[in-house]
Design a protein around this ligand. Structure first.
Ligand code: GLN
Ligand code: ZN
Length: 744
């Protein structure tokens, strides 16, 4: 689908060809499920870009800038909303709950009217029916759709919006019914969030309306978290079935069974749709049996915990993967077999079922007992971690003085975030090296030349703290994972990030340790080329954790501490090699934030501790930087302060210094570099523009605290852009330095 989309977007294929690929994929996946023995096969779960965008199209929620004039939302309008056009920027994208998938944020403008503007659910239902497969169409529920949207532009109240949208849904449901649909699945993941009483009212009024007007059976699907206090609301809605995520919230089953409304069906999400491990079928069966005993088999369904879009497709494609670790894993296709096996085990006690359950038990058992999973040295070290290890020797004001003695920097020092352009040549050299077309030494001399070029450039434009450029890194997590024990890498384990973009997360399967230094040679080499300080670059423990598939047999916090200990050794080695500035990137801290407020403080506490463990060994004279690439962190400000980095750089230019709002109300004492150059765009900001952003920064922070840097790394930019923009940035810093000096 990715390649078909990209071909279509670059005018190398027609809309018909795109539609044909999409149709073929849908058919393949329906057949795959039918062959696996899945009884209720979903439809309308397929999307050309994003299912939230599909929902906006379904109800005609098209923002005015796309000049949509009624009728059906066609492909051009659809992709304009997703990707933007010369005259109308794309809709905003944001993370789908706590996944790495991004959805397009619905925009509710005042005066927007809703009506059926897409026939996708009906067409795909019909399409499956024509292939002989009766499906259960899936729709994003009206309340989650509205709550996930941007309602900031004035206009309707939430309750009016939900009512208006629910009316369109009623029509869609009735059309599906007319086509022969019996069940429709309505996804309401927002039921797993903190809801206000009015949020619960939205659910009640929307579903009462749907129940009274539409004749299909509704399966209300929740996932990604335990419903907790919202379980009551969910069970009180007039729907024919309720799906619960029993992987994230196994404890809610008892409550759900105790309060199950008469005749309501319960769908048990027992196979993890968010991770790549084989299910513990015995544990899952125990839950399922309890449910069957209470409600009877007719009222129980077995399912994955959530959509399978968050895991890779097929483990059978992983011929190159370490066979032992592979035997512990299950991708989407293998998870279908697990779902079916659970359902069969509830009904029959045949030799075949027993044999398969045995096989599952054996696989889990080898995993549990494998020496590759558990490293006693790592466990012992983690157990002997002391609070003192989370602490730099001196407090920030003292460290700051000492650092100033060994690192000479002007006021408003200028630096970058780490990477320089990953050009086609860099990527080609890496590919050739991996394919054994060039030797290790050839690859290394190529990279050395790149580093030297980057250092000379940075000296020439007079940046104050230089970087080596990260040319040797394919990806900021994979690069470290490949050098640490405890990780494996799939060949085809792709999951969608957004649109046609996919990521291939490393698989963290065992205790993490560092066999040898990972980055010291490159940083030492870069430092040997220049008198100016070079900043070494590490990816932080939370980010490595967040951007991997992690083990489900150890708490996340413990895995994170293991990574932190490995990084702690790297920090010590860098320091010993003479690096005086070390940056530990943590762009993923915010996205790991639990969905429920009640769980957030605990997460932030251990995340902060992991960062402090990684950096705590740095001498007072060593300057520790960190970097984060988002601007809305008001709620996690205390945690950022607790990380106690000497310098933090953050995204700010793209959001026009949004972050200053949070800092105005909360004092921050350590050094900080709000980004003044938006590196997400090819546009070259002028020095005047960056100067004015800096002036705004200086209204909130003392000049002694402020650093001058871009929003993020420069790897996606072209050299010509960087060569034009960075001197402007240094120029802006220089002008303000002179002005500050004149004032004194
Ligand atoms: N040091 C990394 C880089 O510059 C940081 C990337 C990130 O924040 N995502 O590329
Ligand atoms: Zn960044």
């Amino acid at each position: 689908m990715k390649f078909a989309l990209e071909k279509y977007w670059s005018n190398q294929s027609s809309a018909q060809q795109l539609a044909a690929t999409a149709r073929q994929l849908r058919e393949t996946h329906w057949r795959l499920q039918a062959a696996a023995g899945i009884d209720q096969i979903p439809s309308n779960d397929f999307s050309l870009y994003d299912h939230v965008l599909d929902t906006a199209a379904l109800v005609g929620a098209v923002p005015a800038r796309y000049k949509f004039n009624g009728g059906e939302v066609n492909l051009d309008t659809y992709f304009a909303m997703a990707r933007g056009t010369a005259s109308a920027p794309a809709m905003e994208m944001t993370k789908w709950f706590d996944t790495n998938y991004h959805y397009l944020v619905p925009e509710f403008e005042s005066g927007m009217t809703f009506r059926v503007a897409s026939h996708k659910p009906v067409e795909e239902f019909r399409e499956a029916k024509a292939s002989g497969i009766a499906t259960r169409p899936v729709l994003l529920g009206p309340v989650s759709f509205v709550l996930l949207g941007n309602r900031g532009h004035g206009g309707s109240k939430d309750s009016d919006l939900v009512q208006a949208v629910a009316d369109v849904y009623t029509e869609v449901l009735n059309r599906l019914k007319a086509e022969g649909a019996v069940w429709v699945q309505m996804d309401e993941p927002c039921l797993g969030l903190d809801l206000s009483p009015s949020g619960c009212d939205l659910y009640r009024s929307a579903y009462e309306r749907l129940a009274s007007l539409a004749g299909v059976k509704i399966l209300l699907a929740t996932y990604f978290s335990e419903l907790r206090e919202n379980l009551k609301t969910a069970q009180s809605l007039p729907v024919a079935g309720l799906h619960l995520d029993l992987v994230r919230g196994p404890g809610q089953l008892s409550h759900a069974l105790d309060n199950a409304p008469e005749n309501q069906l319960l769908s048990l999400g027992l196979v993890d749709g968010r991770n790549i491990w084989r299910a513990d079928l015995d544990a899952a069966l125990a839950l399922a049996r309890r449910a069957v005993d209470r409600l009877g088999p007719e009222r129980i369904q077995i399912a994955p915990s959530c959509s399978l879009m968050h895991v890779p497709v097929d483990l059978d494609e992983e011929g190159q993967l370490d066979p032992e670790v592979r035997s512990w894993m299950a991708f989407a296709k293998q998870k279908l077999a697990e779902v079916k096996l659970l359902a069969r085990a509830l009904e029959e006690d045949s030799a075949e079922v027993r044999e398969r359950l045995d096989e599952n038990r054996r696989a889990l058992d080898t995993r549990r007992r494998s020496p590759r999973v558990r490293d006693s040295a790592v466990r012992a070290r983690a157990a002997s971690t002391t609070p003192a290890m989370l602490q730099r020797a001196a407090s920030f004001p003292e460290r700051r003085k000492r650092q100033a003695q060994v690192i000479s920097l002007p006021i408003l020092p200028a630096t970058t975030i780490g990477s320089f352009p990953q050009t086609a040549e860099v990527r080609r050299a890496r590919a050739e090296y991996r394919a054994h077309k060039i030797s290790a030494s050839e690859y290394e001399s190529f990279l050395r030349a790149e580093v030297e070029r980057a250092i000379r450039f940075q000296e020439q434009i007079e940046l104050d703290v230089l970087v080596h450029g990260e040319f040797e890194r394919n990806d900021m997590v994979e690069y470290f994972g490949e050098q640490l024990n405890g990780f494996v890498f799939t060949g085809n384990g792709w999951v969608q990030s957004y649109g046609s973009r996919c990521v291939k997360p490393p698989v963290l399967f065992g205790d993490v340790s560092r066999p040898r230094a990972m980055t010291v040679d490159w940083s030492r080499y870069a430092q040997s080329l220049t008198q100016r300080p070079v900043k070494a670059m590490l990816t932080g423990p939370v980010t490595i954790l967040e951007w991997s598939f992690v083990r489900d047999d150890l708490p996340r916090a413990e895995t994170c501490f293991q990574i932190a200990l490995a990084l702690r050794d790297e920090v010590a080695d860098l320091q010993a090699a003479g690096l005086r500035v070390i940056q530990v990137d943590e762009p993923a801290v915010r996205e790991g934030l639990p969905l429920r407020r009640a769980d957030q403080a605990d997460y932030l506490r251990w995340s902060v501790n992991a960062f402090r463990l990684a950096t705590g060994a740095a001498a007072n004279e060593t300057q520790i930087h960190t970097h984060m690439c988002y601007a809305d962190f008001g709620e996690i400000l205390w945690a950022i302060r607790e990380m106690d980095a000497d310098v933090i750089s953050m995204e700010a230019a793209r959001s026009q210094m949004e972050l200053l709002k949070a800092f105005r109300a909360n004092k921050y004492e350590n050094d900080i570099g709000p980004g003044v150059y938006d590196i997400h765009s090819p546009r070259i900001p002028s020095d005047a523009e960056m100067e004015s952003l800096l002036r705004r920064v200086l209204r909130v922070f003392r000049p002694e605290q402020v650093w001058v840097n871009p929003d993020c790394g420069l790897k996606t930019r072209k050299w010509e852009e960087v060569k034009a923009a960075l001197p402007n940035m240094v120029g802006a810093a220089r002008r303000l330095r002179m002005e500050l000096a004149a004032k004194e």
